[in-house]
Design a protein. Structure first.
Length: 320
């Protein structure tokens, strides 16, 4: 099953670009829509630069593989949009994601998802899997290039549900959005913004960091960007394929991995809930539906499925 790649110098948002491409494709089946996403000559606007349906840094799509029989992961098409600059780059809750040419990884992946998966109690794992896949991909690329931690305690961690942190600072954010295609399927858009070469003085907030401040020596920007896109695609394809095929079989392993990677568990947190309420307590556990259980100061446990969770200083017992 073929996949397509679009590379641009500048775009408003790679997530928005993919959403427009899905709407312009005229294909209601999500699998075919994603497989041929950027083959259409339709103008999807808000971008400039070069584009291609060839591989990025050696991405082997299933159509170009000569391995004979296809595995279940190889049958999952993933199309990708990559840009060096995004003029309307955004994160959750409409926040702006800082970016500058040659300093960030700015990319989005389109993946077909069945409606029965989206409607299941396990659907929360889709976004968490993206964070796990990104951490594994970063680690694999750094191992290839013998990149080492610049500080003894520099390690990649997962802030619930899917942000990538290092030394208590945000390295990468992931924004997942859904575009329905028909009654049985939809396109999952996975947008990733990661600080690669952002210097300390240009970091937008104190709670952020960049890869070059934590690890080195890094390969040049274009090489690092392309390898990260390539390897992240491979990990996303493998992880999402396994999950969508047999979620109950892989969830125990996913929970174990999140617990090992978690920057959130065990810490005092404030959860900003969807209805504008806030909850303060101790992050206690990850559940089998990917939700977070918080132990409140009154001893009650509350499960959080959708929230912006921040870690608080350790100042004693949590209070509402």
């Amino acid at each position: 099953m073929a996949s397509t790649v679009k590379m641009l110098d500048t775009v408003d948002s790679t997530n928005s670009l993919i959403a427009r491409a899905v709407a312009a494709s005229g294909l209601s089946d999500a699998v075919n829509c994603v497989a041929h996403l950027f083959e259409s000559p339709e103008d999807i606007g808000e971008g400039e630069g070069t584009d291609t349906d060839r591989s990025v840094a050696g991405i082997q799509t299933p159509a170009s593989s000569d391995h004979g029989s296809e595995s279940s992961s190889e049958r999952l098409p993933i199309s990708i949009a990559v840009s060096d600059v995004q003029t309307k780059c955004r994160g959750r809750q409409g926040r702006t994601w800082f970016n500058s040419p040659g300093e960030s990884l700015l990319s989005s992946w389109a993946v077909p998802v069945r409606i029965d998966v989206l409607d299941s109690r396990h659907s929360g794992w889709l976004t968490t899997i993206c964070g796990i896949a990104l951490i594994d991909a970063i680690g694999e690329v750094m191992t290839r290039h013998d990149v080492r931690a610049l500080k003894p305690d520099a390690q990649l961690e997962l802030k619930w549900p899917n942000d990538v942190f290092c030394q208590g600072r945000k390295l990468a954010g992931i924004l997942c959005e859904m575009v329905p295609t028909d009654e049985s399927s939809a396109v999952l858009i996975i947008g990733i913004g990661m600080n690669l070469f952002v210097p300390q003085e240009n970091l937008p907030i104190d709670m952020s960091t960049s890869l070059q401040l934590q690890f080195g020596p890094l390969p040049p920007y274009a090489e690092l960007r392309d390898e990260l896109v390539c390897v992240t695609t491979q990990h996303l394809r493998r992880e999402l394929s396994a999950f969508m095929k047999h979620p109950d079989d892989v969830i125990p392993d996913l929970r174990d991995r999140v617990e090992r990677l978690s920057w959130t568990l065990g810490k005092q947190v404030r959860a900003h809930l969807a209805d504008d309420r806030s909850l303060i307590g101790r992050a206690l556990s990850i559940n089998d539906d990917a939700s977070l259980t918080i132990l409140r100061h009154d001893g009650c446990r509350q499960k959080v499925t959708v929230a912006d969770v921040g870690v608080l200083p350790e100042i004693g017992d949590a209070v509402e």
